[in-house]
Design a protein around this ligand. Structure first.
Ligand SMILES: [Zn+2]
Ligand SMILES: [Zn+2]
Length: 156
């Protein structure tokens, strides 16, 4: 998947900070930095358990903190009561769509939306710094699997 280089960068970060480069830490980094998805700590632990090693959740959390500190991993809070993480790839700023049925997170970027946030900020006398947008809904796969439950808000 071409993310071995990033895992190596993490190993270098650990060495430079006098922290042990353990197989467990590298396995956790491998899962998180190689994922296209937005994983939670639980996701990482169960993925590792499925693959090979039994790594405690505390170790997963500690390694995640190190990955975030190193700048290789970005934290996301979608208001679900837990945090998710995605690799800090060279991709530009993007927004997220979150499926409330299967929990899948999709990414998108839209120039019109970017311009819109600037206009709204200006109209309110704001010097825009940044923005976050999450669209909650039901993904195409889940819509096919079951009929859409309309939220009370969208009901006429
Ligand atoms: Zn879904
Ligand atoms: Zn993302």
């Amino acid at each position: 998947m071409g993310h071995d280089g990033v895992v190596e960068t993490f190993a270098t970060y650990l060495r430079e900070h006098g922290l042990p480069v353990t197989a467990q830490r590298l396995a956790i980094a491998h899962v998180l930095l190689g994922s296209e998805r937005h994983l939670s700590a639980d996701d990482v632990a169960s993925e590792l358990a499925r693959a090979h090693s039994r790594i405690g959740l505390a170790t997963v959390y500690r390694t995640i903190e190190l990955l975030v500190k190193s700048g290789l991993l970005v934290e996301r809070d979608f208001g679900e009561g837990f945090r998710r993480f995605e690799p800090a790839r060279d991709i530009p700023h993007h927004e997220h769509l979150l499926c409330t049925v299967c929990g899948t997170v999709h990414e998108f970027r839209d120039e019109r939306l970017e311009r819109m946030t600037t206009l709204v900020a200006e109209a309110n006398g704001f010097a825009r710094q940044r923005h976050l947008l999450v669209i909650y809904g039901v993904c195409a796969d889940c819509q096919r699997a079951a009929p859409i439950r309309r939220s009370p808000l969208t009901r006429p």
